[in-house]
Design a protein around this ligand. Structure first.
Ligand code: FE
Ligand code: FE
Length: 171
């Protein structure tokens, strides 16, 4: 059991959780990209991998500002989300169906990150840590954009996935 006595300590704890979450994603995203059949989806995962490396770096800059270490926490939520991503990767299904599942898994990840960065940014703002809050806002914006891109891609991929069913019915 750990003890936290101040809001700043709680912020550091949240940032350690996020640092671990982003590090897990740096390992998971190449596998998601490899499993994607839709070219835009694969490119999207590759692009977000590069962004995610930047998210790790931004968090490390925040730790420098706070004079703290990023180490010492496991993000159990991201572990679970990555496991669900692996279920999508391993799914035996037509390509478009697997892609739709991969998008679902990726959007769960983005929503988790959006919630976590929003919380951490609010703590930083309350504490008057403007430079930390700004770093978190930059990443939050990129997570939001990624989520929107996934929603747009789902529009096309879900239709392809639906057409797979139609083909099966026609046989
Ligand atoms: Fe991220
Ligand atoms: Fe992300």
């Amino acid at each position: 059991m750990s003890t936290i006595n101040t809001l700043e300590e709680l912020l550091v704890d949240e940032l350690r959780d996020l640092h671990n979450a982003e590090t897990q994603l740096v390992k998971a995203l190449p596998k998601m990209a490899k499993a994607a059949s839709n070219e835009k989806l694969r490119e999207g995962f590759e692009e977000h991998l590069e962004q995610t490396k930047g998210h790790v770096e931004r968090l490390e800059r925040a730790f420098v500002l706070l004079d703290e270490s990023p180490k010492g926490k496991t993000c159990h939520a991201m572990k679970g989300l990555v496991e669900e991503g692996e279920e999508a990767i391993d799914l035996e299904a037509p390509e478009a169906i697997r892609d739709a599942d991969l998008i679902g898994a990726a959007q769960r990840v983005e929503h988790y990150e959006i919630a976590a960065y929003g919380t951490a940014r609010a703590f930083a703002k309350t504490l008057g840590l403007q430079d930390v809050a700004e770093l978190l806002q930059e990443t939050l914006d990129e997570e939001g954009e990624t989520n929107k891109k996934l929603t747009a891609l789902a529009g096309a991929v879900n239709k392809e996935a639906e057409a797979v069913n139609v083909d099966a019915d026609a046989e």
